[in-house]
Design a protein around this ligand. Structure first.
Ligand SMILES: CC(C)(COP(=O)(O)OP(=O)(O)OC[C@H]1O[C@@H](n2cnc3c(N)ncnc32)[C@H](O)[C@@H]1OP(=O)(O)O)[C@@H](O)C(=O)NCCC(=O)NCCS
Length: 187
């Protein structure tokens, strides 16, 4: 059974993961949401008005009071600003499975931040929230995303077709999964 512990603050060597606040809107706009390079393989358009980003952060701040919401902003300690997000984008309670989603600003890419963030989230979800497995999907044209999943121990299941909601284009996603047992065996 999923244990509704919500999105408590998680800390790693280099990162603080915490729920979003309305006041993160300007940093989210500046650091990642307005960058078309960042949104290339996600399901939403780049933001064009920071007011909308602030409104979204306000909504997420409200949502974070729901103990079945699992969404964090990633704050590198050396930066002290919201630099990305990591969240459970789909929760399948009947089988205690979550689908992971993540996104971060270009200036933070390639430093191992997302791998560090995902490992912390995985540990929390398996240890404290009753998750039995975590699933992930990524556009095959976006291998960095698949690599993060691979580094976190997710096994490759195969590919499946998808239709880009924004453009209607047909594409392919790679699918990965890790079970609680597989995660425990990594330790
Ligand atoms: C995908 C994303 C989250 C990765 O974040 P990150 O902090 O750079 O990730 P990490 O540094 O932890 O790891 C990235 C890995 O991908 C590898 N990588 C980067 N570009 C790559 C490419 N073109 N092909 C193969 N591997 C690549 C890196 O070398 C690194 O692996 P390594 O440690 O073995 O060298 C980030 O690029 C991002 O936010 N992109 C835009 C949004 C997005 O695509 N989100 C995912 C949607 S499913």
């Amino acid at each position: 059974m999923i244990v509704p512990n919500g999105s408590r603050v998680l800390e790693t060597a280099r990162l603080i993961l915490r729920p979003f606040k309305e006041s993160d809107g300007d940093d989210m706009f500046k650091n990642w949401a307005s960058d078309p390079e960042v949104t290339k393989y996600v399901t939403w358009e780049p933001h064009t008005d920071p007011k909308n980003t602030c409104a979204l952060c306000k909504m997420w701040e409200e949502e974070s009071k729901d103990p079945k919401s699992f969404r964090w902003t990633i704050v590198p300690k050396e930066l002290g600003e919201a630099m990305g997000s990591i969240d459970i984008v789909g929760l399948h309670e009947e089988i205690c499975r979550g689908e992971i989603g993540y996104c971060s600003g270009r200036s933070g890419w390639g430093k191992g931040y997302m791998t560090e963030a995902f490992r912390a989230v995985m540990e929390y979800l398996f240890n404290e929230c009753g998750f039995e497995s975590i699933y992930g999907r990524y556009d095959v044209r976006n291998p960095a995303s698949g690599r993060v999943m691979e580094k976190c121990g997710m096994k490759y299941l195969g590919e499946e077709p998808f239709t880009d909601k924004r453009t209607g284009e047909k594409g392919t996603v790679g699918c990965r999964l890790i079970t609680r047992e597989e995660w425990e065996a990594l330790k």
